[in-house]
Every structure is written in C-alpha cells, then in structure tokens.
Design a protein around this ligand. Structure first.
Ligand SMILES: [Cu+2]
Length: 132
C-alpha cells in the first residue's frame, strides 16, 4: 500500500513539474507566432518634422510603444510607416507617443514643452503639409 501511495505522489510531482514546463513553452511559442503572423498591422500617417534628427526622435518615440515592431519616418513625405501588434497597442497610442516627443501627427498636436526642448534644427513649422 505504501508503495502505491509513494508512486502516486511521484506521478503527481512529475505531472506538476512537466505541466509547468509545458505552460512556459506554450506561452513563448504563442507570443512568437502572434508577433510574426497573426496580429501585425501596418499603418501610415503624417508627422511633421525637418531633418535626420527629427527622424531619430520620431522613430524612437514610436518604437518605444509596446507592440511596435518597426517605425520608419520619411523626411520628404512627412509621413511615418508603422508595423505593430494589434493585440498590444493601437494607432492612437502611437500618435500620442509621437506627440509626447514634440512632433505633430495627423491626429494629435505635439507636446509644446517637448517641442520647445527640441534642437534648433528640429523646430519644424506647424503649418508644414503632412503626408505629402
Ligand atoms: Cu530635426
């Protein structure tokens, strides 16, 4: 009888350990799949700016948003292309992050204080046409 109980305990213990491992693996796998295939969304919208330094600031701000996989701002077109994970963020969060860094987006005006702290070359005109 003791042996039976002992083996049951061992089986349960093993079961618990392997369960834990499996759960961990599954979570990692699901995350990778999601970011690769399932929920990636591409958006593109206008963002005002002047130069290469603006590009760095704008892209850094967009990339900081959790779920953003890639952000590329075009200095000539005053436009940003962003790929992001739909389950983690949305386009408005990206607009807001860019605005917080001092830059106007199509939907949100740039934070004034952040704008004032931008280097001189980056003080873009607020009436520059976006998304050209
Ligand atoms: Cu600049």
């Amino acid at each position: 009888m003791k042996k039976v109980i002992l083996s049951i305990v061992i089986i349960i213990a093993l079961g618990l350990t392997s369960c834990k491992n499996e759960t961990k693996q599954e979570t990692t796998e699901t995350k990778t799949e999601v970011s690769k295939d399932m929920a990636m969304v591409d958006v593109s919208f206008g963002v005002r700016g002047n130069c290469g330094m603006c590009k760095k600031t704008i892209e850094k701000a967009a990339n900081k948003v959790e779920g953003v996989a890639n952000a590329t701002w075009d200095v000539d077109k005053k436009k940003i292309d962003v790929s992001f994970d739909d389950t983690k963020t949305d386009a408005m969060a990206i607009h807001n992050a860019i605005a917080a860094s001092g830059y106007d987006s199509e939907k949100v005006s740039g934070n004034e204080e952040a704008y004032n702290n931008l280097p001189g070359c980056c003080k873009y005109e607020h009436d520059v046409k976006m998304n050209q």
